[in-house]
Unconditional design. Structure first.
Length: 200
């Protein structure tokens, strides 16, 4: 029987600058008036723009995964993204996951995600079956929440204005480690690949 001990739970993501995290923190504060027992909030410091979840990998795989990410990032210049607006899965009337939208040069973001996804196939990682929808998860409604609680949370989410948009420049993509603890997940950067700088 194989064991997951010694394996590293990992994913590939774009990390967010502190200014963006500050904006998300202020947005969350606006939403905290709700009864929090049925809502699980995501730790703001742990929010990333995830491009691909890898699951459990061995430490020996880190170097080849990092090299694949580096290769996939070549030819893609740094680009601008903007976060704005609240949404929910499956919809705002029945929110189960509340998220913030990602806009800007999303065509380059999609190209980067698809390039990384394809590069990892040769290393044994399956291609994503679902279309990539960039978003930042803020909260999840817990199982067992009543219809009254969900309706109240829906009213709260739809009444809140995001306020300022926050733009940031994407210049690198990172392989991340996620260590689950009773206090929440701890994230560590395992490697970083810079996007190709535009030549002048």
């Amino acid at each position: 029987m194989s064991s997951d001990s010694g394996k590293i739970r990992s994913f590939i993501a774009i990390e967010l600058p502190d200014e963006v995290k500050g904006g998300l923190s202020r947005l969350r504060s606006k939403m905290s008036s709700t009864d929090g027992t049925f809502v699980k909030w995501v730790d703001i410091d742990g929010i990333h723009l995830t491009l691909k979840f890898l699951g459990n990998i061995y430490s020996e795989q880190i170097a080849e995964i990092a090299e694949a990410i580096k290769g996939a990032s070549q030819g893609i210049h740094p680009f601008q993204l903007r976060i704005s607006g609240l949404g929910a899965f499956p919809n705002l009337k029945q929110p189960r996951v509340v998220w913030v939208g990602v806009f800007g040069e999303t065509d380059k973001l999609l190209r980067l995600q698809q390039s990384i996804d394809s590069a990892l196939v040769s290393l044994g990682f399956a291609k994503e079956e679902r279309p990539f929808t960039p978003h930042l998860t803020l909260a999840r409604v817990r199982q067992g929440a009543s219809s009254l609680q969900i309706r109240g949370f829906s009213d709260l989410v739809t009444s809140i204005s995001f306020g300022n948009d926050y733009s940031f420049k994407v210049e690198s993509v990172n392989l991340m480690k996620s260590q689950l603890t009773p206090q929440g997940a701890i994230y560590t950067r395992l490697s970083s690949a810079r996007l190709e700088v535009r030549k002048t």
